[in-house]
Design a protein around this ligand. Sequence first.
Ligand code: F6R
Length: 611
Amino acid sequence: MCGIVGYIGDKSPVEVIMTGLHRLEYRGYDSAGVAVVNKDGLGCIKSLGKLKILDAKLEESPLLGQTGIGHTRWATHGVPSEVNSHPHFNVAKTIAVVHNGIIENYYELREQLKATGIEFRSQTDTEVIAHLVDKYYQGDLFAAVKRALKDCEGAYAIGVICKDQPDVLVAARHGSPLIVGLGENEGYIGSDVPAIMKYTRKVMYIENGHVCEITRQGVKVEDVNGNPVQMEVKNIEWDDAAAEKEGYPHFMLKEIHQQAAVLRNTLGGRVHEGSDEVQLTDMNISKDELKACKKIFVVACGTAWHAGMVGKFLIEKFAKVSVELDLASEFRYRDPVIPENSIMIPVSQSGETADTLEAIRIAKSRGAQVAAIVNAVGSSVARESHGVVYQQAGPEIGVASTKAYTSQCMAFALFAIWLGETRGVLSKVEAKELITHLRQIPDKVDEILNNQDKIKELANRPEYRDAVGCFFLGRNVNFPSALEGALKLKEISYIHAEGYAAGEMKHGPIALVTETFPVICIAVKGETYDKMVSNIQEIAARKGLIISVATEGDKSIQAHSKDVIYIPECFEAFSPILVAVPLQLLAYYIAANLGCDVDQPRNLAKSVTVE
Ligand code: F6R
């Protein structure tokens, strides 16, 4: 989604802003722009397309000044174009605004402003903010922004500068993420920590309804009515190198390779060396609440929803609590019945997904205890939930989620064991046995990563690489693995891929299987292995090109498959974590062989902050 960076201080605003915008590229965008206050007024340069085009324009016509704002846009209102890209201005071009989110009453506001004679330049909702700030401006930008925002409904994070007050940068948040960074006689704004982490580690997470006036002297935060707000300054402890590729050609490949370490992190903080007891203290759910819980709601979007499906399986199996799994975008509109003593588990890598946030608000308003599985520390999902299990996966830059998915599955496994033990469904011995299985997972992930030649070879074979469509099939706990495998392949390679529960094939999809149609079958050893083998035989009988993902040592599967990818032997309930890895690698190498933009696939954004 869109990215915001702003700066006030002695450094070159353009340099700081462009560095920040490049750091936010992973979020996805279609155009970009930067505006700076200088002696001639407000200078601005915009461009359609990638940031390197804007870089070239800025090199040709440098923008000098002391305060500036920049933006990468992911179109919501109005086509991707230079005119619609931010910053947007008032009529006299004395006020510039960048904005993330959606002003829901923009049409009404636009009509009101047009009736006063204002001619709009763009098709965006954002432009109304610039005209509104102008309308209320009487020499105090901070006051004008606060007043203008009272007229706006919807979600926003904004940055505003003004020609007549070059020493002031104003920012505000309502629904879309925003941070303020602090330095010596300088200040920064950003829509995400990586935007400013090259320059400062001291940040304030701005809350909904807050407006900030940033000057070289410091930051003043108030609500829109002018009531002062005390903000805590937090220190970012992320490693700067974490945001770089570390020698891998793509962030996605680097993140796939980080998974063993990430899984050790997710596990390590919760099951300490020498102990076999799960501790999820930040979930903020008491033992009594866990015992009383009758229903769990899991809500998420996309890949996180697939992790939620694995979670449903694990919770029902190990804790015997009924789980309702919902796409957050459906949950919020279906008037869900939430019985007393319900727990909601929202799942989100970014912690900023608009639909997931709304689902949380609905669940809270109906009395549910909300405990989130989240990666981004301090994100909106984390802050709006009563409790949290941080995935500890570090920043995920590749748009296609990999390490976040496997660490979400790991977090669910921990939660299911914890819940099962607390409710007396699992004995200490059983819980300990499960923990032993979980502890083996990271080493097994390493094993898969160290033996990926076969996957690379398959990804380069024309019958797979150039396929126009394919299926991923799984059963039971590996049904979500099939959905996730298909999503990974389609989103980065643009090959049409569908995930199905293997038992569903006969009910329609098998009609598509021909001798040129790849079918990736997840057939690891476990309860439904024999059923899966029957499904494989049915596809083989229709001459489908079968790649089986099977357990090391299973030779018999070769008889029915064209190719086999082996994974280490593993406790079935936790096998989705292992199965995900070869499927991620297969998708990655096929997409890379096809020359696709793996880290920033077309039309996709890393963080979906609009519904
Ligand atoms: C796909 C992918 C998306 C996200 C979804 C939810 O690879 O990454 O499907 O899983 O947009 O995002 P978060 O987890 O940030 O809420």
